[in-house]
Design a protein around this ligand. Sequence first.
Ligand SMILES: [Zn+2]
Length: 330
Amino acid sequence: MINKLYPWQDALFHQWMQAGETRHHALLLYGKAGIGKLNFAQTMAAGLLCLQPQHGFACGACQSCHWLSEGAHPDFKEITPEDDDSTEGSKKKTRKRQQILIDQIRVLNDYLSLSAHRVQGMRVVLIHPLEAMNVAASNALLKLLEEPPQRTQFLLVSHQRQALLPTVLSRCMQVEMPVPSREQGLQWLQTQAVPDAEWLWFYSGGAPTAVQQEGVDLYGWFQQCRPHLIGGAKMDVALAVSVLIKQGMEQAIQALQKWLLDLWLSCHQQPLRYHPADVAGLQGLAAQVNLSRLLAFQQQLNRFKMTAQHPLNQELQLEQLLLQYKKMFG
Ligand SMILES: [Zn+2]
């Protein structure tokens, strides 16, 4: 599908598509993860490249739309961290790089120095996430932004604007991306036919596109995790590991972080952010928890998340973390 706009983005989309020639050549679309920034940028790219757009939206039928859906549009370049193939012994491993490298920007530079495929047409460059560029890549991009090629639209997507170089920021039009209201988010989740839209809305922290992925039943999974977490000091760690790991290590860590934040809020009689339906269970735990151990464990999880790229022995790592969880109570 070529048009992937979310309902809370309609007004902004039309504003930027109608801007035409007056539109800034480099739009920085920023905001928290999980609100649909990349979809917005992709929809905009398709609309700009389409030969017969309708109200700014790509038609889905012309040659340009066809190329784009095939991933082979000569006037569209997408730049994102690339896969890194390495061999260890006899095993071939592919892992996602964390960075956008300067070579990728050099290739872009060469590409942009040639003329566009269509004489009067636009070229679109989509870079995401922008904070993945290392300093060398940022400086190379800066040169392009300072002397932009004609009829080229840069769409730059960032979850962490504060991590970008000020020089790069100064060359962009910064566009704060809208977040869905509770009503908009719930309505959208309901159209996705998820088993519990209300739960998912809160669990996502108001950023529903990050948690709602086709074929992933986070709600069903958390139903299984919940009794283990509520168990506190009585948690059976081996059983809890086998359940929490089911959606992968990253989801397990996130689930623990969200649960701990709500536990902390519960200790301070604050409204819960991610699990308002579990207020009773969390209050029960708040009565038993040692606050300084809670804080120490939160910090440990943050550190763990920063370093947790290596896939070694995840069950064992999670087991260690859950032992820490148990020790907070009693
Ligand atoms: Zn089209």
